[in-house]
Design a binder for this molecule. Sequence first.
Ligand code: BGC
Length: 406
Amino acid sequence: MKTFPANFIWGAATAGHQIEGQNINSDFWELEHTRPTLFKEPSNDACDSWNRWPDDLDLLRRIGLGCYRFSIEWSRIEPEPGVFSQVALNHYQAVIAGCRERGIVPFVTFNHWTVPRWFAARGGWTYPDAPALFARYCDRAMRHLGADIGFAATLNEPNGLLIAQRLLPAPVIQAQREMLRAASVRNGVDNYVGGPFFSHIDAALPQMLAAHREGRAAIKACRPALPVGATLAILDDQAQGEGSQRDAMRQAFYGAWLDAVKGDDFVGIQNYVRIVWGADGPLPLPDDGLVNQEGQEIHPPSLANCARYVHHATGVPIFVTEHGVMTEDDALRARVVPEALAELHQAMAEGVPVLGYLHWSLIDNFEWVHGYVPRYGLASVDPQTFARQLKPSAATLAEIVRRNGV
Ligand code: BGC
């Protein structure tokens, strides 16, 4: 058996907008209801985790997981600029206390993509004051919630749109522009920037980099010893043949962020798929490859490859803040997770420091523009009763956690 270090952290992850439901002050809610929209369906009640969060924490305990990564929703905490909701802060305080009561370490993401509607109406992350506004929210949230948090992430996958912008087909980018234009008209503003704003990511990048720095400083000012990082989307990019685009793509997808996280306590990595880059772009999938629900390649060693790549590029300890499988075939999830963890163990044996592994996701949830179709959960959620039911893959992970090895 490959045994993990005694202090290795096992957990699962979710994000507020994807599970809470009725996140009506957020930009995503607005764009889900804008016409035209990119969204397959609106989030509506999601998994009702705003009310059922104790059920979610109980699932973690049943799997034996000791860490829960979840996000606090900026639009609930600050529904109007400078107006903070005590009820929302108290709610998240109760979730954090609920974690601690169950022996679960809370890992809090301060921004998992969704922003307040008023922030998007000002131009979102392209707005020059965006970093200061984010830091003010981090400060306020930290002062109320900070004492019992175990880990903090500023931004979730701030590089995700850099990837999407280059990989998505032109009609999708065009549809996104039309959605934001309609939202601008609806709000009577020039430049509504929210949701999946691929077409504005270049203008937003400097403010997002500054938001990470200023948000981290605000969090650290409250609790200097609290480990803080960002979480990055990392594809397992491999090069094949002469003139492969791989290195250029890596620079475009991760370069700025791998620099930005260098002073952090950890870097969160989030991996789902592999891309093999040839001279003209991604190469076709191997015939015998495993694929997810959308036909992208799942390669179990990918997670370890990403850990090696990011650690070598930054020198910062790795935290696997998301890894999972988009599939309706739970047996595939149960197969991929142990294989990926065996490879991750190998990378650790080679000297890559990895603090822990958080599976995405604890429960099936609202998968952004794709709606409720993609399945990532260790548990399913009944859309009428919201009852959770663990899948067999949860037992596979539970056994790995129990043995602390694979
Ligand atoms: C995001 C999650 C998302 C998951 C699966 C990550 O990009 O952080 O919010 O659900 O991947 O697509």
